[in-house]
Design a protein around this ligand. Structure first.
Ligand SMILES: [Zn+2]
Length: 552
């Protein structure tokens, strides 16, 4: 009797499932979207009474759309877990939007899903813990403990769908009233559209999953099946050329000493340039604003406009290998993103070399130490024709810039050592970042010094995968959608050095290359230029995009 009574009392205090859904929608539309509302409030066109009124209206629109969205697919069975996931997603997305100025789009999500443990460690901070506590743990605890009434489906279905429809009507009505304002706002401030929780993450996750599923079902498309070595490229014994392609990480052209930056971040490369065998290309744009896009794109031969991440296709390395050359990829970062799957590759972060590695991270010089041994393992028949090596740098990977440089290569100080970048004094942040470029200068110069000892034609081609924001316009890190990315994220440094002594038809005129360096170039040139340099003939190579062609 007592138990029946208390059950009834509990049922009376328990939530109707649709009402609890309304509470979740209310949280998501308001506190769960704090960065969005702060960004909207900070816009110059939003001020005064009118703005408060407009923002209030949009909050109701967002509440209506969220409630419609939730009422369509969140039924009692998965009400609690879905609520927890949405609270956590909104909290994490909000933190990164607020702390680094990033937005959540499909490539940013793909990037996040490919993040490894070391990268996550670099992002952890007390601020993140507070954000998670306030945005997910406390509301999540409350959410989980709420009693929910059992409502028969025949009664729940019309009620919940009715509420969803009503919410949709209110939202569209208000949207219609303020459409002019909203449309011009979204046009003028494109990042805002990627800031709406949880729709940004749901959209990105759907796009990502659909893309991956489509890709998994595709056969691998061949590329350059006709690839052969040009007759004149066949070397004499012991004179097989060696090309080292360095894929930089997060180096931006704006801070590159060779490009005229106020600080000398590249003194050793500058000396090599003065000797005449090194050219710096100051007008190079990247294919993407993150590793996940740029690295596959630059090896795809499709160019930025033609590149489709959902298409499975062979890469530059497959074409070089098919032509008969030896190919090797050494990786000191988060992997080659599928580019090196069918050629010999090695992850140098597994080496644990004392003095060069700590935990599962190594300074880039570890690749140079490993290179001779890995080259010896390659097929000698191929090596006798020529070798192309890719070194994938850790470079300037943020936000823990200070971890990228050994203690003896830190000319600029004091350094920012916090993962919460906006907490650091701007000049301390730039100091830590500039030190990473100084270390890249050191790494590239050491690689060139090693190449010089090889007694055969050698070349080094360096280009960064994308740039970086260091607090300009409130933005940090990288990964902005390309169309709205600031130049700091898309303008990258590129360097070419050669020992000379190449087979007759590839010998390069440096005065001509210096002339070419004044032209606008991009990642689109990499595929075709490396094929040209390696003496590979194929219909896949577009001579117009071979930056060396006019100089041979
Ligand atoms: Zn990158």
């Amino acid at each position: 009797m007592v138990s029946v009574f208390s059950e009834r009392a509990a049922a009376r205090g328990a939530w109707h499932p649709t009402a609890l859904l309304g509470v979740l929608a209310l949280w998501l539309a308001t506190l769960g979207n704090l960065p969005l509302w702060l960004a909207l409030w900070a816009l110059p066109e939003n001020h005064g009474w009118h703005a408060g009124f407009t923002l209030g209206g949009w909050a109701v629109v967002l509440l209506g759309l969220t409630l419609t969205f939730l009422s369509l697919w969140v039924w009692p069975r998965w009400l609690k877990p879905v609520g927890l996931v949405l609270l956590l997603t909104a909290a994490v997305a909000s933190y990164f939007m607020q702390a680094y100025g990033v937005v959540i789009d499909p490539t940013m999500l793909a990037n996040a899903l490919n993040t490894d443990a070391a990268e996550v460690r670099d992002l952890l901070s007390a601020h993140l813990a507070v954000a998670l506590l306030a945005g997910a743990v406390v509301p999540g605890w409350w959410w989980w403990r709420q009693p929910v009434r059992t409502v028969p489906l025949r009664r729940l279905l019309p009620r919940q769908l009715g509420v969803g429809l009503l919410a949709l009507l209110v939202a569209t009505g208000l949207l219609w009233l303020s459409f002019q304002d909203l449309a011009s706002l979204m046009r003028n401030h494109k990042p805002l559209r990627y800031m709406v929780n949880p729709f940004n993450t749901v959209y990105a996750a759907t796009r990502h999953t659909v893309g991956r599923a489509a890709q998994a079902q595709q056969p691998l498309l061949p590329l350059g099946q006709d690839a052969t070595l040009a007759a004149g490229a066949t070397p004499n014994a012991g004179q097989a050329p060696l090309i080292v392609l360095v894929v930089g990480e997060t180096a931006r052209a704006a801070n590159f000493g060779l490009g005229g930056y106020r600080r000398d971040t590249t003194p050793r490369l500058a000396r090599l340039r003065d000797e005449g065998q090194l050219v710096y290309f100051p007008h190079v744009s990247a294919c993407g604003t993150n590793t996940q896009t740029s690295v596959p794109c630059m090896f795809s031969g499709q160019g930025r406009r033609g590149y489709d991440a959902d298409v499975r296709q062979e890469t530059l390395l497959d074409v070089l290998q098919r032509a008969g050359l030896a190919v090797l990829w050494l990786d000191n970062q988060s992997g080659c993103k599928g580019v090196c799957d069918r050629v010999p590759h090695f992850d140098t972060r597994t080496l644990h070399v004392p003095g060069l590695c700590e935990g599962d991270e190594c300074f880039d010089e570890v690749m140079l130490r490993e290179l001779p041994g890995q080259l010896d393992k390659l097929d000698p028949v191929r090596r006798a024709r020529g070798t192309v090596v890719v070194l994938h740098q850790m470079g300037s990977h943020g936000p823990a810039y200070h971890k990228r440089t050994p203690a003896n290569v830190k000319p600029f100080g004091p350094e920012c050592t916090s993962a919460t970048l906006q907490e650091c004094a701007p000049d301390h942040l730039v100091n830590a970042y500039d030190n990473t470029l100084r270390y890249t200068d050191h790494f590239l110069a050491e690689t060139i010094a090693w190449l010089r000892e090889q007694q055969r034609p050698t070349a080094l081609y360096y280009v960064s995968d994308h740039g970086e924001s260091l607090g300009e316009k409130g933005l940090y890190l990288h990964g902005m959608p390309y169309s709205m990315a600031p130049e700091e994220q898309t303008h990258v440094p590129m360097v070419f050095w050669s020992s000379g002594g190449w087979p007759q038809h590839t010998n390069l005129a440096f005065h001509c290359l210096r002339q070419r360096s004044t032209e606008p170039l991009s990642h689109d040139h990499l595929f075709h230029s490396v094929l040209g340099l390696a003496g590979v003939q194929t219909a896949a190579r577009q001579p117009a995009l071979d930056l060396f062609r006019p100089c041979r």
